[in-house]
Design a protein around this ligand. Structure first.
Ligand code: NG6
Ligand code: CA
Length: 500
C-alpha cells in the first residue's frame, strides 16, 4: 500500500513537471512545396491526409510567407531573423560554399540552446560549410550547423541535385572510406566517374535540356558539380526520406524527457524527385506528386512518434515550405506532362524564383494542442523570419539590440489570438516587394517576364506594380497607374525600411 502511494505521488510529481515543461518545437520545412500542393490548401488531384490532419488539429495560415523565393535566402532568414538581401552572397549556394550563417552571432538555434533546449538539424542544410578555405570532405567539416546552435546535425550539404551527394553527421561524412577520398569541384571535372553530358545513356532520369544537371552521375542521376571518390558514402535518392525521417524520430525519442527543438528540413519535393519504391507511381501525377505523398508520409511518421511518446500536446509542430513550386527544375520527371490539371500554386501567380505571391506565399500550419484550438484558419500576415523573435518570447529569451533585427514577435498570430499579424512585410523574389495590409508593391526590375527555363512568370517589370491582394490574390490587375501617390509612398517606405 505504501509503495502504491509513493508510486502515485511520484507519478503526480512527474505530471506537474511535465505540465510546466517548455513546449517542444518541431519545424518541418518542405522544399519547393507550393501553396496549392496540399489537399488542405485546395488540391483535388492529390491527397495529403497526414498534413491535412495537422491542419485540422491546428491553424492553417493562408497568408504565411517565406522571406524569399529560393532556398538559401529563406533558410538564412529563418535561422538569423535577418533579411537575406541585407547581406551579399545569400543566393542559392553551390555544395562547396562557405557557411553564410555567422558563427559569432546568435541564431535561432543558439537562442533555443540558451533557453535550455536540445537542438537538432535533420535534412537539407544549404547554408554553406567551412570558413571559406577549400573544404576537405575527408576530415572534420566545420564550421557548420553544430557551430551555429545545433547540438546534433544530420544533413546533406546543399541540395539533392548538387554534389557532394553524401550525408554529414555532425562534422563527418557518414560512411566515409579513407581509401576512397572525396573531392568536389564546381568548375571542372575531377575523377573518372561518368558525367551526364558525356554519357546520357547511363542516366535513369534524363536532365532537362539547358538546365545543366549533367555533371557527375550519382545513382543514375546527373548532378550539378563534379565529384570524385566517396562511392560507399554516396546516398541512394530513394532512401533520402527514410534516412532523414529515421534520424528525426530518433532525436525526438532520445530527447523525450527534455525540451527539444528539431529543425527538420526535408529534401522533398526538390529535384531530383526520385521517391522510394513505395511511392513511385502512387499519385498519378508523376514523381513530383509521388514526392508529395512521400513528404506527407514523413509528416505522418513525426506526428505518430510524438503521439506514441505522449508528447503530442505540448509540442509545437510547424509545417511550411522554403519557397513556392516549380515543375521542371532540371530533370525530365513528368512533373509537367502528368500534371493532370493540378494547380501547384493554387490561385497564386508565379512560383519558385518569382516576385509574385506564388514565390513566397506557402503552406503554413501550426499545431500545438496544449494551447491552440484546432480547426482554425488564419489570414494573418506572417513570415518565417518571425519565428526567431516569436520563440525568443515563448522561451523567455531576451533579444540583444543587434539580434534578429528583422524578426517580429508573432506569437499571438501563431497561436490564433491575433488575426492580423504583421502590418508590413518585405518579400524577395528577385525584385523586392513591400506588402502593407492588402496592398503589394513590386519594385521595377529589368529582365525577362517569363523564366523560360522553368516556365514561371518572374514578376519582373520595368514599370512599378501594385496589386490589391484582398480583391486580386492572383495579381492579375496592376493598379499602379490608378494610384501613383500610393506607389510613390510605398516605394519610399520600402527604401526607408531597407536602410533601417
Ligand atoms: C537552380 C537549379 C535548380 C535548383 C535551384 C535551387 C539550375 C539550372 N537550376 O540553380 O535545379 O537546384 O538552383 O533550388 O541549375 S533551391 O530550392 O535550393 O533554391
Ligand atoms: Ca527550395
Amino acid at each position: 500500500m505504501k509503495k502504491l502511494l509513493f508510486a502515485m505521488l511520484a507519478l503526480m510529481a512527474g505530471q506537474c513537471l511535465y505540465a510546466q515543461q517548455k513546449p517542444n518545437v518541431v519545424i518541418i520545412y518542405a522544399d519547393d512545396l507550393g501553396y496549392g500542393d496540399l489537399s488542405c490548401y485546395g488540391a483535388t488531384k492529390i491527397q495529403t491526409p497526414h498534413i491535412d490532419q495537422l491542419a485540422r488539429e491546428g491553424i492553417r495560415f493562408t497568408n504565411g510567407h517565406t522571406t524569399s523565393a529560393t532556398c538559401t535566402p529563406s533558410r538564412f532568414g529563418l535561422l538569423t531573423g535577418r533579411y537575406p538581401w541585407r547581406k551579399s552572397g545569400t543566393g542559392v549556394l553551390p555544395g562547396d560554399a562557405a557557411m553564410i550563417i555567422p558563427v559569432d552571432k546568435p541564431s535561432l538555434a543558439t537562442m533555443m540552446q540558451k533557453a535550455g533546449y536540445m537542438t537538432a538539424l535533420v535534412g537539407k542544410w544549404h547554408l554553406g560549410l567551412g570558413d571559406g578555405s577549400t573544404i576537405d570532405w575527408n576530415r572534420e567539416v566545420k564550421p557548420g550547423p553544430n557551430e551555429v546552435g545545433f547540438h546534433y546535425s544530420f544533413c546533406f550539404p546543399a541540395t539533392a541535385d548538387r554534389v557532394p551527394t553524401v550525408f554529414l553527421e555532425d562534422h563527418t561524412v557518414l560512411g566515409l572510406d579513407k581509401n576512397d577520398p572525396i573531392e568536389v569541384n564546381y568548375k571542372e571535372k575531377v575523377g573518372d566517374d561518368p558525367t551526364g553530358k558525356e554519357h546520357p545513356e547511363l542516366l535513369k532520369m534524363a536532365s532537362s535540356p539547358d538546365h545543366g544537371h549533367n555533371n557527375t552521375i550519382v545513382n543514375g542521376i546527373g548532378r550539378i558539380g563534379f565529384m570524385k571518390g566517396g562511392h560507399k558514402a554516396r546516398w541512394t535518392d530513394e532512401e533520402l526520406a527514410y534516412a532523414f525521417t529515421e534520424r528525426a524520430e530518433k532525436f525526438i525519442e532520445d530527447n523525450r524527457q527534455r525540451p527539444f527543438f528539431l529543425y527538420f528540413a526535408l529534401s522533398d519535393i526538390h529535384v531530383p524527385r526520385m521517391p522510394a519504391t513505395a511511392f513511385k507511381g502512387k499519385s498519378g501525377l508523376g514523381y513530383r506528386g509521388d514526392a508529395i505523398l512521400q513528404m506527407d508520409w514523413t509528416v505522418g511518421r513525426i506526428t505518430r512518434k510524438l503521439r506514441q511518446l505522449g508528447l503530442e500536446k505540448n509540442t509545437i509542430v510547424i509545417f511550411s515550405s522554403d519557397n513556392g513550386p516549380v515543375l521542371d527544375d532540371g530533370y525530365v520527371d513528368e512533373a509537367v506532362t502528368m500534371l493532370n490539371g493540378h494547380k501547384q500554386a493554387g490561385p497564386l501567380r508565379g512560383g519558385k524564383y518569382s516576385a509574385f505571391e506564388g514565390g513566397t506565399r506557402v503552406p503554413w500550419i501550426v499545431r500545438w494542442p496544449a494551447t491552440i484550438k484546432g480547426g482554425q484558419t488564419s489570414n494573418a500576415l506572417i513570415s518565417q523570419i518571425d519565428l526567431y523573435a516569436s520563440f525568443a518570447r515563448l522561451t523567455g529569451q531576451p533579444l540583444g539590440a543587434d539580434d534578429a533585427p528583422d524578426s517580429f514577435n508573432m506569437l499571438n498570430a501563431l497561436t490564433g489570438k491575433d488575426p492580423k499579424g504583421r502590418s508590413w512585410l518585405i518579400l524577395q523574389g528577385g525584385p523586392l516587394s513591400l506588402v502593407q495590409g492588402n496592398l503589394k508593391y513590386i519594385t521595377p526590375a529589368d529582365g525577362p517576364k517569363l523564366s523560360r527555363l522553368v516556365n514561371i512568370e518572374t514578376g519582373r517589370n520595368t514599370e512599378p506594380q501594385l496589386y490589391d491582394l484582398g480583391k486580386d490574390i492572383g495579381e492579375q490587375h496592376n493598379i499602379a497607374d490608378q494610384h501613383p501617390e500610393k506607389v510613390k509612398e510605398m516605394a519610399a517606405e520600402l527604401e526607408r525600411l531597407k536602410a533601417a
